[in-house]
Each structure stands twice: as structure tokens, then as C-alpha cells.
Write a protein that binds this ligand. Structure first.
Ligand code: FE2
Ligand code: FE2
Length: 166
């Protein structure tokens, strides 16, 4: 583990050990990639870019980690009311605010991450960053260029694959 990873772990703190965050490990998001692996990939890359550009690295890391915390199987049509593209950022925000106090910026990062397909406009550089990084990571995952479970293992995050209540 390098010093960037240690700093990322300090920045995201207790969220990496949170059961709801680790529960994302039970659902597939892009092909064989779990939602947890994808979210850690987006969070870590957003953190690194924000850090390099002198932006709010904490909001980028936390927003990135929580942006897809919708906690259901996206292929299960009964799990959410309408169109996944609109629904999942709202569900992620609802779930995220139950586990940690969100700043307005973090809330907007989560809600706007599907822009321009759905949701509100990104209102900070960090929100634009996470939106872009999400698309970039999805491209690497779908094309099979990078499997982010490698990053998750290096960060020492254990997926929770058995359903838990709450
Ligand atoms: Fe998403
Ligand atoms: Fe995503």
C-alpha cells in the first residue's frame, strides 16, 4: 500500500468499514464488477485527481464512494420505482445520509453523477470530477481493461456478501 492509499483510507475513515458500504459487494454493477469495487475505484481516482488539482479531496473521495450506494439489484425491476438512471442517485443519497452527515457538496456529487442523462447539474468542480471519473471508470470496467477488485484488495476492504437487515 502506498502513501496515497493510506491517505485515502484516513480520509474516508469509518465509511470503508461500514456494513452498508461493504454490502455493495453483493451486487454486480458493470458486467462482473461489483458495485463496491466500482465505487472504490471512482472514489480513489476522484481523490487522487482532486488532491493533484488542489480541490476538496475529502468531498471527492466520500462522494465517489457513496455515489452508487443504492443497495439493490439494478436488474430487479421491482426494486425501484422507475428508470434506474434517475432513481439510483436518489436512493444512494437517501442511504448515504443514514450512515454519515453529508455536506451540500457531497449531496450534489451523489445526485448529479448521472448528468447529463439524469439528475441535477453538478454544482462544484468536485461534482464535475466525480461525474467524469465515473464515466471513465465504467469504460475501463466494461471494456475489461481494468478490474477494480485489485484496488479493493490493496485497500484491504472486505465485501459483505450476505444480506443484512437495515
Ligand atoms: Fe451510478
Ligand atoms: Fe458509478
Amino acid at each position: 500500500m502506498n502513501h496515497y492509499m493510506r491517505e485515502f483510507i484516513q480520509t474516508t475513515g469509518e465509511l470503508l468499514e461500514n456494513d452498508q458500504v461493504r454490502r455493495m459487494g453483493q451486487w454486480k454493477h458493470h458486467g462482473p464488477i461489483s458495485t463496491l469495487d466500482h465505487s472504490l475505484f471512482v472514489a480513489y481516482l476522484s481523490f487522487r485527481v482532486a488532491r493533484a488539482l488542489g480541490l476538496d479531496k475529502r468531498a471527492a473521495a466520500r462522494g465517489g464512494l457513496l455515489h452508487d450506494l443504492y443497495l439493490y439489484d439494478s436488474r430487479d425491476k421491482s426494486a425501484h420505482p422507475g428508470w434506474q438512471c434517475f432513481d439510483h442517485p436518489r436512493a444512494a443519497e437517501r442511504n448515504a445520509e443514514k450512515i454519515t452527515p453529508l455536506s451540500d457538496k457531497e449531496r450534489n456529487i451523489i445526485r448529479s453523477h448521472m448528468w447529463p442523462l439524469g439528475g441535477p447539474l453538478p454544482r462544484s468542480w468536485e461534482a464535475w470530477l466525480v461525474d467524469l471519473v465515473d464515466t471513465f471508470c465504467a469504460g475501463l470496467e466494461i471494456s475489461g481493461i481494468y478490474h477494480p477488485s485489485r484496488l479493493r484488495r490493496r485497500l484491504g476492504v472486505q465485501p459483505l456478501t450476505t444480506p443484512v437487515s437495515g
